[in-house]
Design a protein around this ligand. Structure first.
Ligand code: PGA
Length: 253
């Protein structure tokens, strides 16, 4: 059975103490979560090393990075390469998050370069896609998401989405406290899954579709058990361990 995948993105939050507490929390609650959900922790780069040991011990846990450079090495001050992430035992890498598209002007072209670089390095790209409020009002959500997906399909490899994750995150919902309607999310993800399936040359394997955007302990229930929601990308919800744990418990039910 495919277990839900939960990626907990700490963004630019947390410090040495936060992540030590998180490590204790994960060790303590391991039995309740493992076998029911696959959890991936995504701290800032500088704290990845802290998780290396525990990742090896627990199968249900993986590490995610919040970004990657398009080069593997060289004179690129301030960047982190896919090979360095592999050294830190990272499995998944977020790309195309709207905070990077908006604040760092990341283009579709750059995002697809990152996507293929990660695949070549045997890392899992977590491609974040989603529409603005304006696009939603104009009923363009599915069209916009398909365009973001098509950028990746432009490559010669028609099986590009095997061993990957797509996180649908409406931009208007990220960090705003306004989550999308679970029924609508189910419809959007169902349509996107069919779209990708039809475009792939062979069957779609080891592929996850996540929802992200203002998930919290009160709304998580209404998203769980929807056929096409394979898991969640959490932001603010993981900053408070109590509510983070409640969410994990509900997902693991
Ligand atoms: P949020 O963030 O849960 O705080 O809305 C989600 C995300 O940015 O992935």
């Amino acid at each position: 059975m495919k277990l839900p995948l939960v990626i907990a993105n700490w963004k630019l939050n947390g410090n040495k103490e936060t992540f030590s507490l998180l490590l204790n929390f994960l060790e303590k609650n391991q039995e309740k979560i493992e076998k029911k959900c696959n959890l991936s922790i995504s701290p800032s780069y500088v704290y990845l090393y802290k998780f290396k040991k525990i990742i090896k011990k627990h199968k249900y846990l993986t590490l995610s990075a919040q970004n990657v450079d398009i080069h593997l090495s060289g004179s690129f001050t301030g960047e982190v390469s896919a090979l360095m992430l592999k050294d830190m035992s990272v499995k998944n890498v977020l790309i195309g998050h709207s905070e990077r598209r908006i604040n760092h002007y990341e283009s579709q072209h750059l995002i697809s370069k990152k996507f293929f670089l990660l695949k070549n390095c045997n890392l899992t790209p977590v491609l974040c896609i989603g529409e603005t409020q304006e696009e939603r009002k104009n009923n363009e959500t599915i069209e916009i998401c398909k365009k973001q997906i098509d950028f990746i399909f432009q490559s010669k490899d028609k099986n590009v989405f095997n061993d990957t994750v797509i996180a649908y995150e409406p931009i208007w919902s990220i960090g705003t406290g306004k989550s999308a309607d679970p029924k609508e999310v189910q419809f959007i993800l169902g349509s996107l899954r069919n779209y990708i399936r039809k475009k792939m040359l062979y069957s779609l394997n080891n592929f996850y579709l996540l929802y992200g955007g203002s998930i919290n302990e009160n709304n998580i229930d209404s998203f769980c058990k929807r056929k096409d929601i394979d898991g969640f990308l959490l932001g603010n919800a993981c900053l408070n361990f109590d509510s983070f744990f409640k969410i994990l418990e509900k997902i693991s039910k």
